[in-house]
Design a protein around this ligand. Structure first.
Ligand code: UT7
Length: 324
């Protein structure tokens, strides 16, 4: 018997405030035309002053529980992927646990930046498959606006805030690709590339939160190559070709990176879930936000095979093959 981690419900939370490219023209020397052409981003959501990462995580998790028809007491543990926690400790995950009255199983954050949701899914899948837990909430939540330098046009136009969540349950599978649930996950990191995308502050260095610093072109170059590698790895590990993939659900950093990966994979653009135009890059939240949108609007249906992929600071990157 094989245990599979099956998605029971999805949820998301986007802050009310929309910031358009036109709004950014009033803040830095940029233009709607440059941002759309280079990134595909038209607008992003920005959290209200008092609205924290945990607030968004809790709301997205509540919606995922509702979609699954479950209550907090039905859940064994919480994993939150985030790089923008409310406090250095305790974790965002324990706030979600307390707010939703989830029982006293594990609750912790995973910090792998834009690849964080794939990392969190992998940890959750391991806990479910080894019998440590039966149902887990996995959340990606970020308040990227709080680590942006609003005078740096090369970064502040790229990011947004939000959260997305999934409820996973351990169910019996047959060990086949036709099973519902997480089929496989693939994680990588290369710390030698940590200086091309980082935050210039932290608890043990500057005692400040710091701001995002990025060599965009270098990250772009690695992103196109490494994401193509990891999706190829996921397919060959499972002995499938691109024709078997129903949906590509990529990290939403840049439409040109997403199109590059889709081209290499030979996946049509109408098989790619895209939110980058409206959300910008929400780091660990971008994949669960995209997934929830496509599940709710009926594109992703039970039985569909999805390939999730992401790359972020570290560099960290990964992919997950999941049958919804
Ligand atoms: O989620 C984590 C992973 N992150 C990513 O995947 C991001 C990867 N990188 C990228 O998406 C792209 O590299 C960017 C969108 C960040 C930049 O696009 P680019 O085509 O690589 O542009 P560039 O950095 O080479 O800049 C081109 C020009 C420069 O001017 P000069 O030197 O040619 O005169 C920049 O100063 O565009 C200028 N520029 C801007 N102009 C208007 C940079 N930012 C802006 C801006 N508005 N916001």
């Amino acid at each position: 018997m094989t245990i599979r981690s099956v998605i029971l419900g999805t949820g998301s939370c986007l802050p009310e405030r929309t910031m358009t490219n036109k709004d950014l023209e009033a803040i830095v020397d940029t233009s709607d035309e440059w941002i759309v052409q280079r990134t595909g981003i038209r607008e992003r959501r920005i959290a209200a002053d008092g609205q924290t990462t945990a607030d968004m995580a809790i709301e997205s998790a509540r919606h995922a529980l509702q979609a699954a028809g479950l209550h907090g007491a039905d859940i064994d543990g919480v994993i939150v992927a985030t790089s923008t926690p409310d406090t250095t400790f305790p974790s965002v995950a324990v706030k979600v646990q307390a707010a939703l009255n989830i029982c006293q199983g594990p609750a912790f954050d995973v910090h792998a930046v834009c690849a964080g949701f794939i990392y969190a899914l992998t940890v959750a899948d391991s806990l479910l498959r080894t019998g440590v837990a039966r149902r887990l909430l996995v959340v990606g939540a970020e308040k990227m606006s709080s680590i942006l330098n609003w005078e740096d046009r090369t970064t502040c136009v790229l990011f947004g805030d939000g959260a997305g969540a999934l409820v996973l349950e351990a169910q019996e599978g047959r060990g086949e690709i036709a099973d519902r649930g997480i089929i496989s996950t693939h994680l990588h990191a290369d710390g030698h590339l940590r200086d091309i995308l980082y935050v210039n502050g932290g608890v043990s260095s500057t005692q400040t939160a710091g701001h995002i610093v990025m060599e965009g072109k270098e990250v772009f170059r690695h992103a196109v190559a490494l994401m193509a590698d990891v999706v190829t790895e996921a397919m060959s590990h499972n002995g499938i070709g691109p024709e078997e993939i129903d949906w590509l659900v990529p990290h939403q950093a840049n439409i040109r990176i997403i199109e590059g990966t889709a081209r290499k994979l030979d996946v049509r653009l109408d098989q790619v879930i895209l939110t980058v135009d409206r959300h910008g890059n929400t780091s660990a939240a971008s994949i669960p936000l995209a997934l929830d949108e496509a599940v709710r609007d009926g594109r992703i249906q039970r039985g569909h095979l999805m390939l999730l992929e992401a790359l972020g600071s570290g560099l960290t990157w990964g992919a997950a093959l999941i049958r919804y």
